[in-house]
Write a protein that binds this ligand. Structure first.
Ligand SMILES: Cc1cc2nc3c(=O)[nH]c(=O)nc-3n(C[C@H](O)[C@H](O)[C@H](O)COP(=O)(O)OP(=O)(O)OC[C@H]3O[C@@H](n4cnc5c(N)ncnc54)[C@H](O)[C@@H]3O)c2cc1C
Length: 235
């Protein structure tokens, strides 16, 4: 299906969100992704004109948002330069990084950087529901400036007693920061979760972070059937 670029703005340091209007209603589950192909882009390279992006907004909207770390790849230079109204082709939705059915089981998201996109979709959607799962979002970034959608999660957690938002910074330690510091580890999880074995875990981010989190969960003794992951290959 064709989507048309309708808006773009910066959502963190080196990080842009892009909004598209689909030519017909797009039905996706929060947490899914699609393959986005540029049509006749101004820049090209050997990596081609298609990238995979998670849908970053709740599906109730009639628009679709993606967000990405900007780099000087031909794809992203082209995306940044596209005039409003330009078409992109979408293949999808795809993927099963979606919330489990049983609301009695908490969902714990272990997120690295731009891996926040599918989690943003899931949490925005859940925040619109009257009754939902207990949700914990652990969200690691190098710095506050790189923490995309911080204000959205703060607002949703202020209005939704079922949502705990736990951002952490791995490089910077600003004076006014009142949240966690350092990488996600067992101690940090234990400070916020009463039973590490009860939740379903959702791990998402760059491949190295996803591998480290799977190892952590394995060390804790979490059954691999309790772990869903999405590896943002390409980072
Ligand atoms: C299921 C899924 C969902 C995804 N969702 C998202 C999403 O929501 N948002 C998002 O941003 N990405 C997402 N990705 C990753 C995305 O598809 C791209 O691979 C990623 O954005 C990198 O694209 P690129 O154009 O910057 O690099 P490419 O041109 O594709 O880079 C190719 C290679 O060069 C390396 N490379 C390129 N630039 C640099 C650099 N500056 N420093 C170091 N190495 C570099 C890359 O690591 C890679 O090995 C997702 C991937 C998957 C599989």
């Amino acid at each position: 299906m064709n989507l048309f670029l309708s808006d773009r703005h910066q959502v963190a340091e080196d990080t842009m969100a892009f909004w598209f209007e689909p030519e017909k209603p797009l039905h996706f589950k929060p947490g899914q992704f699609g393959d986005f192909s540029l049509v006749d882009p101004p820049y090209t390279d050997a990596e081609g004109n298609t990238r995979t992006f998670s849908f970053a907004n709740a599906p109730e909207s009639n628009r679709v948002m993606i967000a990405t770390r900007m780099r000087e790849s031909a794809f992203k230079l082209s995306l940044a330069a596209l005039p409003t109204g330009s078409p992109v082709q979408l293949k999808g939705p795809m993927g099963d990084f979606v919330l489990h059915k049983n609301p009695e089981r908490p969902a714990v998201f272990l997120v690295g950087g731009i891996g926040i996109t599918p989690v943003r979709s899931i949490v925005e959607h859940a925040s619109k529901q009257l009754k939902t799962h207990r949700l914990f979002v652990f969200y690691a970034n190098a710095t506050r400036a790189r923490t995309a959608f911080f204000d959205d999660f703060r607002a949703w957690s202020a209005n939704n007693a079922n949502l705990s938002f736990v951002p952490t910074l791995t490089v910077e330690s600003p004076k006014e920061w009142e949240f966690e510091m350092g990488k996600l580890d067992r101690q940090m999880l234990s400070r916020h979760l009463s039973d590490l074995n009860a939740p379903v875990y959702y791990v998402v981010g760059p491949p190295a972070m996803v591998a480290a989190m799977k190892e952590l969960l394995d060390d804790i003794g979490i059954d691999e059937l309790q772990v869903k992951s999405e590896d943002f290959a390409g980072y």
